[in-house]
Design a binder for this molecule. Structure first.
Ligand SMILES: Cc1cc2nc3c(=O)[nH]c(=O)nc-3n(C[C@H](O)[C@H](O)[C@H](O)COP(=O)(O)OP(=O)(O)OC[C@H]3O[C@@H](n4cnc5c(N)ncnc54)[C@H](O)[C@@H]3O)c2cc1C
Length: 297
């Protein structure tokens, strides 16, 4: 199907993009990689009358790590593939590279952006849960300057974010993990390149004794929006990881999961998979932290 008629404008600066958004109001949409917006327009699920293409903006194409205590800053035009291929990110950001490895297929990842995915906020999109577990922060720019929005507040509902009319997202920030922080993203899909049947993101920080000081646990395709499993996080923090603890935390993931039945599977199956994938993610993160689950069980 062809999209409804629209006007296409290439922005040459972030300021120009903002002025076009101000000029056209709710009729205008930012076009980043186009991997979700163009299909939505072709199915007439989205009918913007003006597309503001930020593709040419090199100023929004970057990956910068502040180092300890700071953030990995991912610009709005940075494609998934850029994270996937970056050696520094691969060495330090296990949760993010696990995620970028399984988003769609390599062709989509070359063009689709991390920020675009978080703006689209598809409950089956992989970046939402990863960003929740990593405690990401979105940075948006509007006529009155920039504001920072914690990811929990950003992901409002299915295909809905805290972005306001006239604003564009310019960056997502992921806190820089220290040496005692590791994560994992676990996904099951019908075939390579498909959206998740179920998926889970976890990130753990441990102290010298191996006790969990910070935990992030979140689910993909487990409700109308990506879901943070705070009950599981509370179970983990302050404890030494063990198989019993993993079982208790992953049971919370099953309990909070509210998936829809569809061609990818039924509700009970998806809830069971949420539990299984959180457990697998916690074991994988524990392995990356060299924790001995057997000894502490
Ligand atoms: C075949 C196929 C398979 C896929 N499989 C998966 C999958 O398994 N997992 C997964 O997570 N995703 C999947 N995707 C989606 C893909 O990852 C998209 O790239 C991503 O969801 C959107 O990124 P984009 O840069 O293409 O955004 P676009 O499609 O350009 O935009 C998406 C939405 O976000 C808005 N937007 C984008 N950037 C900004 C910005 N800077 N400021 C404000 N609003 C903005 C747009 O206006 C639009 O509403 C798949 C896509 C395809 C085509």
């Amino acid at each position: 199907m062809f999209p409804a008629a629209f006007e296409y404008v290439r922005a040459h600066s972030a300021e120009e993009a903002l002025s076009l958004l101000a000029q056209h109001g709710s009729d205008a949409r930012i076009l980043a990689g186009g991997q979700s917006l163009i299909p939505a327009m072709r199915y007439r699920l989205a009918r913007p009358t003006v597309l503001v293409d930020i593709g040419p903006l090199k100023e929004l194409k970057y990956l910068r790590d502040d180092g300890p205590g700071g953030f990995l800053r991912v610009g709005a035009m940075t494609a998934d593939m850029t994270l996937e291929r970056d050696k520094h990110v691969r060495a330090r950001y296990s949760l993010l590279t696990d995620t970028s490895d399984v988003v769609a297929d390599p062709v989509v990842r070359c063009v689709g952006t991390v920020v675009g995915s978080l703006c689209h906020n598809d409950p089956s999109g992989d970046w939402g849960a990863a960003a929740l577990a990593a405690r990401a922060v979105m940075v948006v720019r509007g006529k009155d300057g920039e504001r920072e929005i914690p990811i929990d507040e950003w992901l409002v509902d299915s295909f809905q974010t805290a972005l306001q009319e006239g604003e564009m997202a310019v960056e997502v920030r992921f806190p820089t993990p220290d040496a005692r922080t590791q994560g994992a993203y676990q996904k099951i899909e019908r075939k390579v390149g498909d959206y998740a049947t179920a998926a889970a993101a976890v990130q753990l920080t441990v102290d010298e004794a191996g006790r969990v000081t910070h935990a992030g646990v979140a689910l993909t395709a487990a409700g109308p929006r990506p879901v943070r499993v705070d009950a599981a996080e509370r179970i983990l923090v302050g404890q030494t990881l063990s198989e019993n603890l993993i079982r208790a935390a992953s049971d919370e993931a099953r309990a909070i999961s509210e998936p829809f039945a569809d061609t990818r599977g039924g509700v009970d199956y998806k809830k069971d998979m949420a539990r299984v994938l959180v457990a697998r993610g916690l074991r994988k993160a524990a392995g990356r932290l060299n924790l001995d689950l057997g000894a502490s069980a």
